[in-house]
Design a protein around this ligand. Sequence first.
Ligand SMILES: Nc1ncnc2c1ncn2[C@@H]1O[C@H](COP(=O)(O)OP(=O)(O)OP(=O)(O)O)[C@@H](O)[C@H]1O
Length: 260
Amino acid sequence: MNATMTMHMPSQTFMHSLVETEPAVRCEGIRKSFGTGEAKVDVLRGVDFTAAPGEMTFLVGPSGCGKTTLISVIAGLLDFSDGEVTLFGERWSALSPRDQIVFRRQNLGFVFQQYNLLPALTAAENAAVPLLAAGVNRSKAVRRATELLDQLGLGHRANAYPRTLSGGQQQRVALARALVHEPRLLICDEPTAALDHHTGEAVMDLLANSAVHPERAVIVVTHDNRVFHYADRIAHMNDGAITEVESRASKTFSTVPVAL
Ligand SMILES: Nc1ncnc2c1ncn2[C@@H]1O[C@H](COP(=O)(O)OP(=O)(O)OP(=O)(O)O)[C@@H](O)[C@H]1O
């Protein structure tokens, strides 16, 4: 069995409640506060949100409305005080802390705004990190990461260190790292914020062409209204709640290979 197949198969623990029609992500009445007493800030005030497999769902809204907090809750990086998060039929609150870690490692890919690449590792080694964390042997993991970098048009820089790569190239490595273990949920936090318009469009083309998959849900947090046309669905957030969900039947994006 190869590494990819290993990562693809949900463990028995996580298979029992998987239902075809279940959204990939379902948040119901999520509440989250920071601080206590007078300093308490209610950041999520009963958020209802869903994301479907095969779709790119954008989460948009003014600065400070709670977008990063919400995706951190969905990713299991932050806890919440009320409500329920269900990922691929698994109620988050029903999983033990250990199972949450395993579930996240198997099912989640995350692309950060500032890439968060490890400077001492090459592009291929950076992209291989989720496989290494899952126990895949090093040469197999780096080989798989290199193949993926190649598919993303960066095979020729597989041995380069992050400091020698352009912003768009680093974002590509970050995308490879988020996809290498074939997660069922990909979350991208402001993936174009640090990029110029042309490179941002190229990264979005790459997301639309390589990350969207019938069994994978993609959530993109963005302020960048120049890339809204890539969305299948746009969830508008304001003051800690989803205020409107817009369905975009006629999204447009380039299918021409792009250079970064
Ligand atoms: N760890 C924390 N402690 C206290 N307050 C926090 C913490 N994290 C976020 N907040 C506050 O929660 C609110 C929402 O922050 P969040 O980062 O989720 O907003 P956002 O919509 O992602 O903003 P932006 O678009 O500027 O990134 C803000 O008022 C922020 O100051």
